[in-house]
Design a protein around this ligand. Structure first.
Ligand code: NCD
Length: 304
């Protein structure tokens, strides 16, 4: 049985296959409409979500399968004190595959030790978010036509943003990738990512707190929200939350074929005036998320 806890578990070839299947689904969805007949996906969300949970559910429905689950810890037996392990052993009796989000780093990995069905990490604390990264890779592949030779600006909360950590981990394996890491000093990328991912792979990167400084060099600008729920005090959050607001002015020097991405939810970090710019890809990114999750479900359930 296979799980997906960290994007590193997938080889470049496996990612390429998933992207290929997702693109095929986009072309001919009807071919896939019964692939998961009689299969059930459980979504266990111990933390809030709109896109990740609903895209998983919609993905399973489009494959002809069924879905069950809960969308907050409060509405499950967690509120009574049940452990993650016991919840997982229980839910495994009702379904064929589980997508799980949890505020504690490592909780989905722990879940795999007791699970009888595949587990997908749908976000664990400030750690990882591999299916958002698959979404991002499909978006980049479709919008830029390549996953190599890219200068990628990552902007916002690089400290707590799990989508950032997973995306960097995935992208360092492709040829000629450079990063511009844009954040306030307090929200810089963690040392372990710098040392174990960027430096270990000899990746060129620059850290700055100025969003405009390297704007003209970027092929991708990946904006993120300041992760309020990971802050220890409200004052720091309030001070940092509007540090970056991407607007038309700030895009003045940007390339004509820049791809602006955001895992969403957006709070304030991209002005709505940017939404109509042809370079804004964040709502397309939402759509890609469903197709890549369809491909992933098929892979983990070993359905051709
Ligand atoms: C992200 C997450 O949950 O980490 N959202 C998502 O899954 N699309 C980003 C965020 O919450 O800021």
């Amino acid at each position: 049985m296979k799980n997906l806890i960290d994007i590193k578990e997938l080889s470049i070839n496996e990612i390429e296959d998933l992207i290929k299947v997702a693109k095929d689904i986009m072309q001919a969805p009807e071919k896939y409409s019964e692939k998961c007949k009689h299969k059930k996906l459980a979504t266990l969300f111990f933390e809030p979500s709109t896109r990740t949970r609903l895209s998983f559910e919609s993905a399973m429905m489009e494959l002809g399968g069924n879905v069950l689950g809960f969308s907050s810890a409060q509405s499950s037996s967690t509120a009574k004190g049940e452990s993650v392990s016991d919840t997982i052993r229980t839910v495994g009796c009702y379904c064929d595959i589980i997508a799980m989000r949890h505020p504690k780093e490592g909780a989905p990995l722990v879940a795999t030790m007791k699970s009888t069905v595949p587990i997908i990490n749908a976000g664990d604390g400030g750690h990882n978010h591999p299916t958002q990264t698959l979404t991002d890779l499909l978006t980049i592949s479709c919008e830029k036509g390549r996953l190599e030779n890219l200068t990628i600006g990552l902007c916002g909360d690089l400290k707590f943003g799990r989508t950032i950590h997973s995306l960097i981990t995935a992208m360092v394996r492709y040829e000629n990738i450079k990063f511009v890491l844009i954040s306030p000093d307090e929200l810089k990328i963690p040392e372990y990512i710098k040392e174990e991912v960027l430096e270990k792979n000899n990746i060129e990167y620059i850290e700055t707190n100025d969003i405009e400084e390297y704007m003209d060099k970027l092929d991708i600008l990946y904006m993120t929200r300041v992760q309020k729920e990971r802050f220890f005090n409200e004052e720091d959050y309030i001070r940092l939350k509007d540090y970056y607001i991407l607007d038309k002015n700030k895009l003045e020097k940007a390339k004509q074929d820049l791809c602006i991405m955001h895992p969403l939810p957006r709070v304030n970090e991209i002005s709505t005036e940017v939404d109509d710019d042809p370079r804004a890809c964040y709502f397309k990114q939402v759509r890609y998320g469903k197709y890549i999750r369809m491909a992933l479900i098929l892979k983990l359930l070993e359905i051709e």
